[in-house]
Write a protein that binds this ligand. Structure first.
Ligand code: ATP
Ligand code: MG
Length: 262
């Protein structure tokens, strides 16, 4: 078995990348799959949302990329069964100049994952990307099999999407022939809001089968959970947000199964 590696990307900030990383991962972990989240954002939101204290973030993805520790050494257990994380801290924001002299900068993360034991252990590895089309995001896309794009149901959602698609195409052509967008997940959907419904319809019309059937509703329990360091399915399993992420996990498992069969 080799892990299915999924980069969660959108250069727009605050669209639900980290929320999707944590909650989709927790929902898949609840089905018995072994999941690793790589927190590749210097903000460290995924680490916080999974309840990792700042003092426990010294074996971070920064140290891994700087080659002071191995990939496997940085993998940390969370309080949730089957769910592991490689934390991040603010030092990661300084990694780009440190890698300036590497010849294959874009491949640094891919090589580290491929040479790790983790790739034989985890069913899924999710990479939570920062809100930029920076080297970190390109490294994630180079290491991944696919890109998952959270798109917020609001007016400016589609702005920037074409630039993101261009970046994925460029990485596909030059760095990673496996890569595709697979797929788009509509987040913070509010069915009482006409604009939200309109945006969801437009996105589905234009991007069709790339868009997951499951939409993530705007739900206050989803936004509260990270302050308790928990995924929403642990914080409030019955909430609309939990149910949506469980449904998304089932949709992904089904898609992957039919792909394996094909
Ligand atoms: N379904 C939802 N319902 C309510 N609030 C949500 C939902 N999804 C995300 N949020 C809230 O929206 C904010 C942005 O979400 P999140 O941090 O996941 O976005 P992001 O794309 O990772 O942001 P960044 O670009 O800064 O990394 C957070 O405060 C989060 O709690
Ligand atoms: Mg984030």
């Amino acid at each position: 078995m080799r892990s299915n590696i999924i980069a969660i990307c959108n250069q727009k900030g605050g669209v639900g990348k980290t929320t999707t990383a944590i909650n989709l991962a927790a929902a898949l972990a609840a089905t018995g799959k072994k999941i690793l989240i790589i927190d590749l954002d210097p903000q460290g939101n995924a680490s916080t949302g999974l309840g990792i204290d700042y003092v426990d973030r010294n074996k971070s993805i920064y140290e891994v990329l700087a080659k002071s520790i191995t990939f496997d050494e940085s993998v940390k257990k969370t309080d949730i069964e089957n769910l592991f994380v490689i934390p991040s801290n603010v030092e990661l924001s300084g990694i780009e100049p440190e890698l300036a002299n590497e010849s294959d900068k874009a491949f640094v993360l891919k090589k580290l994952i491929n040479n790790s034991n983790s790739i034989n252990v985890f069913d899924y590895i999710f990479i939570d990307c920062p809100p930029a089309l920076s080297l970190l995001t390109v490294m994630a896309m180079t290491a991944a099999n696919s890109v998952l794009v959270p798109l917020q149901c609001e007016f400016f959602a589609l702005e920037g999407l074409s630039q993101l698609i261009k970046t994925v195409d460029r990485v596909h052509k030059n760095l990673n022939p496996l890569l595709s967008i697979d797929g788009i997940i509509l987040t913070m959907f509010d069915k009482r809001n006409k604009l939200s419904t309109q945006v969801a319809m437009d996105v589905k019309k234009h991007l069709q089968e790339k868009v997951f059937e499951t939409m993530i509703p705007r739900n206050v329990r989803v936004s509260e959970a990270p302050s308790f360091g928990m995924p929403v399915i642990i914080y409030d399993r019955k909430s609309k947000g939990s149910q949506a992420y469980l449904k998304l996990a089932a949709e992904i498992l089904k898609k992957d199964k039919s792909r394996e069969a094909a």
